[in-house]
Write a protein that binds this ligand. Structure first.
Ligand SMILES: Nc1nc2c(ncn2[C@@H]2O[C@H](COP(=O)(O)OP(=O)(O)OP(=O)(O)O)[C@@H](O)[C@H]2O)c(=O)[nH]1
Ligand SMILES: [Mg+2]
Length: 280
């Protein structure tokens, strides 16, 4: 069975680095999902993992880059049902432009229409994050979308529009349940212990109230929110962590923050946002 899962989010939101880390986890087979077959063309994914292995994050995706798809057959158990997961790595700039122009290029629209699951990325601490004056202003901007090209499109307006694209395009799952949306708050290693304990849901409510409201109101998709750290720490600004990371190796670090009753805990299985989204 072929199904595709779309990975989307604005510029600098952590999509590309996640794909690299995800591949290592699928290949190692230590998480909820494993790669059931060797994928055909993963040159670009290996480039990402090369960066991570050397202790640096992979660079942002050029928006002129040809579309790159990471296509992999996954399964939860050795002889269990398989799903072909197609994860396109599209630059956030292109998603952003799609919102500004109120138009998605037809080839990704096709991709969205084939998908019954999506993973939406938001990132802590990005300098690409555009803050509105207040959320009334954002709402007005949301109403005006498509009427002008506004370079200062607030991040939360863009995210609301991306969610709307998903609502319009994702298809019902084969078992007739709602399409699933994993919301991933990336670079979750950057928040302090208190914020960690409060969880990524509360973080969204505070930082992007419009998005949190929209997610809470959705009756067209099932939503779950995760925190993510691709390598478990900040390779860029924390030289000590980088040393530890280089010593420990890529495959033992990185985690997903998941809700466990009323607390949040780190789970080393970075496949979880995908596993939940495809319903395995
Ligand atoms: N601390 C920390 N920083 C991260 C993590 N993931 C990503 N980053 C930072 O986020 C930046 C952007 O990550 P990318 O994976 O390139 O983001 P992207 O969504 O692919 O960006 P575009 O290609 O522009 O759409 C990286 O260069 C890192 O600085 C993480 O888990 N922890
Ligand atoms: Mg990228």
């Amino acid at each position: 069975m072929t199904r595709s899962i779309v990975l989307l989010g604005g510029p600098d939101s952590g999509k590309t680095n996640y794909i690299g880390r995800l591949w290592r986890a699928l290949d190692a087979g230590t998480g909820a999902l494993h790669a059931a077959e060797q994928p055909k063309d993963i040159a670009f994914v290996l480039e990402i993992t090369d960066h991570l292995f050397s202790g640096t994050f992979a660079p942002r995706t050029e928006h002129s880059d040809a579309r790159r798809d990471f296509e992999v057959v996954v399964a939860a158990t050795k002889n269990g049902p398989r799903s072909n997961v197609v994860v396109p790595d599209i630059s956030g700039e292109l998603w952003r432009n799609a919102v500004v122009d109120s138009e998605i290029a037809s080839n990704w629209m096709d991709e969205l229409k084939r998908a019954d699951a999506a993973v939406l990325f938001v990132r802590v601490g990005s300098d690409q994050d555009v803050r509105p004056l207040d959320w009334v202003t954002s709402r007005k901007m949301l109403e005006r979308l498509g009427q002008e090209d506004d370079p200062g499109l607030p991040t939360q307006v863009m995210l609301c529009e991306l969610i709307r694209f998903l609502e319009l395009s994702l298809v019902k799952r084969e078992d007739a349940t709602l399409p699933r949306l994993s919301v991933v708050v990336a670079a979750w290693d950057l928040v302090d212990a208190e914020k960690f304990d409060e969880g990524p849901e509360l973080y969204l409510e505070r930082e992007y109230p419009l998005v949190a409201g929209k997610l809470a109101d959705l009756d067209t998709m099932d939503v779950r929110i995760f925190g993510l750290s691709v390598v478990g720490g900040d390779l860029e600004n924390d030289p000590e962590y980088r040393e530890d990371f280089l010593e420990a190796g890529l495959d033992t670090l990185g985690w997903v923050a998941v809700r466990d009753g009323n607390r949040w805990r780190k789970d080393p299985d970075v496949t979880l946002p995908i596993a939940w989204a495809i319903g395995l």
